[in-house]
Design a protein around this ligand. Sequence first.
Ligand SMILES: Cc1cc2nc3c(=O)[nH]c(=O)nc-3n(C[C@H](O)[C@H](O)[C@H](O)COP(=O)(O)O)c2cc1C
Length: 136
Amino acid sequence: MNVAVRYYTRSGNTEKLAKGIAEAIGVTAANVAVPLEERADILFLGCSYYAFDVDPNVKKYICDNKQKIEKIVCFGTSAMMKSVYKPMKKVAEEYGVEIEKEDFHCHGSFGPMHKGRPNAEDISKAQQFAKRILSQ
Ligand SMILES: Cc1cc2nc3c(=O)[nH]c(=O)nc-3n(C[C@H](O)[C@H](O)[C@H](O)COP(=O)(O)O)c2cc1C
C-alpha cells in the first residue's frame, strides 16, 4: 500500500503532527507545496482552521492531485474547533475524492491559548491513530 503524508501549516503546529505520523508509519512528511509523485492509496492530509475554514492551499492541493488520491485521512489542530473533517469533506466531495470518516484532531497553540500544543501526548495519539487506520 502506498501511503503519503502532506500538511499545510502557518506556525508549525500541524507540521508537528505530520512529522510524528510520518515517523510512525515510515514515510517522510512534506508540505502541500510538494505534489504526489505516485498514486497514494491513503493520503494523510493535515491542516488547521483559519477563520473557520481550511486554507485555500489545501483546497488547491486536493484539486491538483485528485487523480492520484485514492482516499484522504485528515488530521489537524486548532484553537477552538474540534475537527477539520467537515470543511475537508466538503472539498474532497467537490473534487470526487474519498475521505475517511475518522480523523485526528487536537488543540494547537494560538497566542496565549494552548501553549505547547500539540504536545508529546498529542503526537503519540496521532501516531496511534495513523497506525490503527493502516491496520484496518
Ligand atoms: C489567521 C488565523 C485564523 C485562525 N482561525 C481559527 C478559527 O477560526 N478557529 C480555530 O479554532 N482556530 C483558529 N486559529 C488557530 C489555529 O487553527 C491554530 O493555532 C492551529 O494550531 C494553527 O496550526 P498551524 O501552526 O499548523 O498553522 C486561527 C489562527 C490564525 C493564525
